[in-house]
Design a protein around this ligand. Sequence first.
Ligand SMILES: Cc1cc2nc3c(=O)[nH]c(=O)nc-3n(C[C@H](O)[C@H](O)[C@H](O)COP(=O)(O)OP(=O)(O)OC[C@H]3O[C@@H](n4cnc5c(N)ncnc54)[C@H](O)[C@@H]3O)c2cc1C
Length: 556
Amino acid sequence: MITEVKATRLGTIGKINVQVGSKISAGQELLTMETKKGNAVIKATGNGIIESIEIEEGMEVKVAQVLLKVREVQGENNVGVKEEKIKPVEKIQSDVTVIGGGPGGYVAAIKASKMGAKVVLVEKESLGGTCLNCGCIPTKALVRSAEVYDSIKEADAFGIAAKEFSVDMDKVIGRKNSIVSRLVQGIEYLMDKNSIKVIKGNGKFLDKDTVEAETEDKKVQIKSKNVIIATGSETVYLPITGAKSKNVLTSKEILDLKELPESLAIIGGGVIGMEFAFIFASFGVKVSVVEFLDNILQMLDQDVIDEITAAAEKKGITLYTGSKVEEIIDTEDNKSILKFTKNGELKYISVHKVLMSVGRKPYLDNLSLENAGVELNDNKKGIKVNLKMRTNVPNIYAIGDATNIIQLAHVASHQGIVAVENIMGKDLEMDYSAVPSAIFTHPEIATVGLSEKAAKDKGLDVEIGKFPYAANGKALTMGDERGFIKIIKNKATSKIVGASIIGINSADLISPLTLAIRNGLTTEQIIETIFAHPTTAEVIHEGVLSVEGGALHFAE
Ligand SMILES: Cc1cc2nc3c(=O)[nH]c(=O)nc-3n(C[C@H](O)[C@H](O)[C@H](O)COP(=O)(O)OP(=O)(O)OC[C@H]3O[C@@H](n4cnc5c(N)ncnc54)[C@H](O)[C@@H]3O)c2cc1C
């Protein structure tokens, strides 16, 4: 089909930026026009190919006169056009320009400012990025509401009589929103205190030294000695029919669900999917998880997977593993049918809402990386960087989810610090040997360094120590004795190379083990350390003791 692009007012044609045969895409500037109401730019709002150009530069045009003809491209988001006022351009300079204000970008900006650089940060939405606005923090606010609700359900066991209680999602979401806005304001305050110029708008490269930030009323061209790309990631949708149908939510939308659905199907049993599964199951929603792989949370060791699988099933979560979702079909009664195959057999479940949780991919839209010559990874997913976080262009760095190395907030922040240290003349490299990771299921799971499986795959000769929470006094007082700690020791060096914990407080307990691995501590050094009593941290001491001849408070 051919679309005619017509003039919406009287004017003179300025610069024409396309030629017959040019492939055009959403956001691209096709031509400029001088009109009585000021200069305007005609932009494409979809993809297409220029079929013909009916005007010339300097030509006077009337209302409804055809300017261009554009041919649609089969199967693509086809072309439309919009007219925009040409915005005034302001030119500024910086030592470091950061694009994206998530935990990667805002931490890098603060660090660079503290080291004496003149810093500009460009953010198109809200400071704090995915992590603070629709990721780590809001999910944990919901996790806490779910925990409180679970505690009240179990109050009788603690000698507390609790009679009338229910979930008020309006308040749950309100509490979450107020935590988020308090933290966002905190970052705004930190930007101000560190004299960081924050520009609200989309940032894109004009060339390797210039970033253009487009705000509501102007364009700011920032001539930058160095640029850090920290643009994060976005939800991946399965390429199936119905993937975006009306009951399908992403992890962002589900965080604002003010009414609990009767039933929820979660596509993807990874970290994000399983956190939501536990939250909504606690709130009384009938939750099913459909996972393509043979296990939920497949990256964990099998004993940890078995423990969390049992906990999920006990909570009433139905798990369909080894299952491939084929289609999502809307029904007349406002529900959705999830069609999937398990062991070659077709299955159908009918649910009120579906959460699409099959992963996230780097968000690099509208960044014009090609203008700076920045290369992507070999698999074209994410920006290619070395251990200094430098891209192939020497003054451009990339950090966080945009690099697709490890999608965690604290990794993004640390990469930001490494990038800044290198910009400021130090010589620092990322070390990924001790990256902690926490999963806020119930019980929590946390890991650092190598899993038992990864250590063995690497050919390391390892010894394993295990200690159950059921033998920890503090865990019993807290009413949750599920889970265990697992310590992985390299036999050759006696150093700890990995740990997994499933059990209460594990997300906090992983930090001392991260310190141990990062600093090459041996089992003996940990055994000689005094741990406070009664604390859940004693499982670390006992776990390490059990590698070396036996735990003190447990016998099989
Ligand atoms: C539901 C959920 C729960 C999660 N829970 C955890 C958790 O418990 N712990 C954990 O460690 N991680 C968690 N994560 C992952 C974590 O949120 C990300 O790893 C982290 O936010 C990545 O940080 P970042 O700075 O790279 O990107 P982001 O936080 O995504 O920030 C990128 C920012 O860049 C902006 N931006 C993008 N393009 C442009 C542009 N061209 N111009 C201007 N601005 C731009 C975006 O608006 C955004 O604000 C979770 C993620 C999700 C989705």
